[in-house]
Design a protein around this ligand. Sequence first.
Ligand SMILES: Nc1nc2c(ncn2[C@@H]2O[C@H](COP(=O)(O)OP(=O)(O)OP(=O)(O)O)[C@@H](O)[C@H]2O)c(=O)[nH]1
Ligand SMILES: [Mg+2]
Length: 483
Amino acid sequence: MLIIMRLKAAAEISHFSFLIPHYKKLIFISIIFLFLYLLFEKFVLQYYIELSCNAEERTMFIDYAKIKIRAGNGGNGAVAFHREKYVASGGPDGGDGGKGGDVVFMADDHLSTLTDFRYQRSYKAENGTNGSGNRKTGRSGKDLVIKVPRGTVVKEAESGVVLADISGDGPYILAKGGKGGWGNQHFASSTRQTPRFARDGYPGEEWELILELKLLADVGLLGYPNVGKSTLISVVSEAKPVIADYHFTTLTPVLGVVRMDAENSFVMADIPGLIEGAGEGVGLGHRFLRHVERCRMLVHVVDVAGSEGRDPIDDFNIINEELKKFNPELAECPQIVAANKIDLATDAQLMRFRKFIEDQGLEYFEICAPINIGVKELINAVAAKLATLPPIKRYEAEPVPMEILESKKTSTGFKITRDGDTFYVEAEWLIRILNKTDMDDYESMQYFQRVLESSGIIAGLVEAGVKEGDTVVIYDLEFNYVP
Ligand SMILES: Nc1nc2c(ncn2[C@@H]2O[C@H](COP(=O)(O)OP(=O)(O)OP(=O)(O)O)[C@@H](O)[C@H]2O)c(=O)[nH]1
Ligand SMILES: [Mg+2]
């Protein structure tokens, strides 16, 4: 019996020992696969991820975002009647609803990109609470304050019109909270002593917005990659951008303050280099030109020695072409030309380029940025020019086209209620149009009139029995009806 058991055990052992080399093989093959996968991930996947991510994602310098904002709704008015011991029938005392919170934008100097808006795209302010008995008004909703870097331009997403330029100290109200509805205390009259109705709160405004960061700088540095833009800003300001002998060292705009003396200084912006075809997205594209759009003037830096085999005259022309393609207005911005790398240039090269620029009537300076040759003269000329130029461009808020407001209405419905000679019109979609109507502007009022007609509200009023001279109340707007 013992012998048989031993034989079995021996068989089992030999069975396992037969498998052991296979396990080893499996482990070995798995390790090889793992190793190959890691290699694949490191070189192939990373490469594709890099390709598919654009510069802004790689650098996390986000200067464009699309978000939705919604102000808080107003709370509803209350229907309530005064109750007190020994007071037989107290009058209506329903309080009003609280106002909805506004959505407010503020500039924050600690922020330099719009990165936060990549992760949160929808913003809503608090609603107002409902009114209650005893004439108690509901609590107003808290305003929602959205902080953005100074220089952020807010546009209405569909029309692209500028709603605000967050360059000052604000606050900028971009969506107004809805008003609270009236409680029944407001509806008591000599003929109606127990009004059993109150008004609902009004909805808050809702917008889809585009946020575009356009840095605030007096002077923009412009030029091909590697021509020495960052070197220049590093010697004239406290900015410390990375400087290296390869293209696209600078991936995001850098600001530096150039101090002339105790009172005078200006802000300079170094942006990533441009190349031919930037408009079609070659290199980093020309999206960073957005950051010199407000600049009062540009310093065009050129490698006058053509140290990378290009012709400085071609460089100059190509960059100006790209400027024109991006924004013809920017191409008109005053320019001073800085011929850099003079230490590497021949006299003939210098003469040729100087003549070319001066023939165009542009100011021209020869510099060697890293060792500060000619830089002082250049900066003095920039400061002198700035003194003659208007301040940094601010974008004016524009009115949202009424057609856009109308196209945004989610419903066309309305409600008309009559109280004697007063007619109340309620239509949520109309609030946004009403808020944007300029009552002192003839055209704006004409448009509003047309909206009332085309939406059927005028016909509805007539049907409800409105006569000449009756009062029509549309939220905040109150007017006498004239057929
Ligand atoms: N010889 C010489 N080299 C210079 C001069 N100015 C800059 N360089 C060198 O040129 C290289 C590029 O300089 P950067 O200041 O990084 O150039 P950039 O225009 O900011 O380049 P990008 O950020 O890639 O657009 C660096 O190695 C600098 O040291 C110069 O006047 N003479
Ligand atoms: Mg640079």
